[in-house]
Design a protein around this ligand. Structure first.
Ligand SMILES: NC(=O)c1ccc[n+]([C@@H]2O[C@H](COP(=O)([O-])OP(=O)(O)OC[C@H]3O[C@@H](n4cnc5c(N)ncnc54)[C@H](O)[C@@H]3O)[C@@H](O)[C@H]2O)c1
Length: 231
């Protein structure tokens, strides 16, 4: 049985990722600060902004699973503030959750991962393109893309692959703009397919990068934006 750790699996894309792996028969541990409603996974309550707690939670997850085959670093936070107005605490929290937690979790669990195991990180098209108001978020996601490449180089000799997914707009709780029908219509119009991607579709891409069909792929930042961006 595949053993999987998913951060931020309580809701949104993370919940869809959890559903994807559970449906495939995997054993899943979720690391989240919010309650996990499903009873067929193990939930560990942790604030991923706290590095020591993140390490402890990662080690506890590995112990609970008896090893780990797939790590999905999904948890992330978003904030929209003009660059000239971003305060230090907000900048630091965005980077603590969006980037440092991935580093800390990989440091905790990768030594336990056997050859053939995989790490999938959630980046964003913001990390390649960016938009006004996203200096901290976009920079953190660009950092995830770079982190993924270097992790792939360093963990490759262990037989561990590391990739990231760059979703475009996905309607979740992450951004309030998703509740504005005019913005959503404009986003849909920006896709050649005339649509946004769903959490379940992003979960499918994560599952592909985590599984055996993507063996030749590592260090990749795969767009999953329904063609909204092609960078
Ligand atoms: N929704 C989008 O349009 C979109 C686009 C591109 C990338 N992404 C990325 O996908 C990932 C998931 O986004 P989402 O839209 O599902 O977000 P969401 O807000 O719906 O869910 C985020 C999850 O992470 C958890 N989380 C956040 N901060 C945490 C912390 N400090 N400690 C523990 N858990 C924490 C939340 O409790 C929640 O379960 C994020 O990394 C996000 O940046 C989302």
């Amino acid at each position: 049985m595949t053993r999987v750790i998913v951060t931020g699996g309580a809701r949104g894309i993370g919940a869809a990722i959890v559903e994807h792996f559970v449906s495939a028969g995997a054993e899943v541990v979720v690391l989240d600060r919010d309650p996990v409603e499903r009873t067929d996974v193990v939930a560990i309550d942790v604030d991923l902004a706290e590095a020591a707690d993140t390490r402890t939670a990662g080690l506890a997850a590995v112990e609970r699973l008896g090893g780990v085959d797939v790590v999905v670093n999904n948890a992330g936070i978003f904030d929209s503030t003009p660059l000239l107005e971003i305060d230090v605490d907000t900048w630091d929290r965005v980077f603590a959750v969006n980037v440092r937690a991935m580093v800390t979790l990989m440091q905790a669990v990768v030594p336990s991962m056997a050859a053939g195991s995989t790490v999938v990180n959630l980046a964003s098209m913001g990390g390649k393109a960016g938009e006004p108001g996203q200096a901290h978020y976009a920079a953190s996601k660009a950092a995830v893309i770079s982190l993924t490449r270097v992790a792939a180089m360093e963990f490759g000799p262990r037989g561990v692959r590391v990739n990231c997914v760059c979703p475009g707009y996905v309607l979740t709780d992450l951004g309030a703009a998703g509740r504005d029908p005019a913005r959503v219509a404009a986003w849909e119009a920006g896709s050649p397919l005339g649509r946004l991607s769903t959490p379940a579709e992003i979960a499918g891409v994560v599952g592909f990068l985590a599984g055996p069909d993507s063996v030749p792929i590592t260090g990749e930042a795969m767009n999953a934006s329904s063609g909204h961006w092609m960078t």
